[in-house]
Design a protein. Structure first.
Length: 210
């Protein structure tokens, strides 16, 4: 996926009726973008239509208890205007399922196909494009608002997990088959059994004397 920046949008977004119906606080969402510096920094499109960057100044501080014997401490920070000229595409994913989003991820491969059929809701991929002239917002356009059933994603994950498990079994069987043909492996097993028998005999003798 690579590096990106996070962007918050306080300006009202052009939403479809379906998007408006979602239980989402759009001005609190963190969108991602690859059209800025891609340094994992934070940006904001304000209600007034300005693009701002959350700037921080850091200074190294010695600390013997820290992992690297020190760390970079934030000594200054502020939101700074950015005179961006051009477009910025930003996007996010949303799950509108009544079930908790992370619960669906937790044990997908353990879910039965009947359980998956009962899952309701959709996964959304939402993408916008903002156009700026010297840091001032001209417009925001909705580019994509794609939805797919949550159960489709869960089903794909389950099938992938089952396929992966089967491939791992095949690899394991091949490794065992190869090792059984190896004289080194057979010798190792033989010597291990021999040592276990020897150890068992010694322990029995000691116990018998006691």
């Amino acid at each position: 996926m690579g590096m990106f920046d996070t962007i918050y949008v306080k300006k009202k977004l052009p939403l479809t009726k379906e998007l408006k119906a979602l239980n989402v606080e759009w001005d609190e969402l963190d969108f991602q973008t690859k059209d800025l510096e891609n340094l994992l920094d934070s940006y904001e499109i304000t209600k007034a239509g300005k693009l701002k960057h959350f700037w921080q100044k850091r200074k190294w501080k010695d600390d013997d208890d820290a992992f690297l014997k020190g760390y970079f401490e934030v000594v200054e920070e502020e939101w700074r205007d950015v005179k961006h000229h051009g477009t910025i595409t930003f996007y996010t994913s949303i799950c509108d399922s009544k079930e908790h989003h992370w619960d669906l991820h937790k044990d997908e491969e353990q879910l039965s196909y009947d359980d998956i059929e009962l899952i309701e809701g959709n996964d959304w991929w939402v993408e916008f494009e903002a156009t700026f002239t010297k840091g001032k917002l001209d417009e925001i356009r909705l580019i994509k608002a794609n939805k797919t059933p949550v159960k489709e994603r869960v089903l794909n994950t389950k099938n992938w997990a089952m396929k992966r498990a089967e491939e791992e079994k095949k690899i394991s069987r091949r490794v065992v088959k190869f090792l059984r043909k190896s004289s080194l492996y057979r010798g190792l097993i033989h010597n291990t059994i021999k040592f276990e028998n020897f150890l068992h005999s010694k322990v029995n003798r000691i116990l018998y004397k006691l």
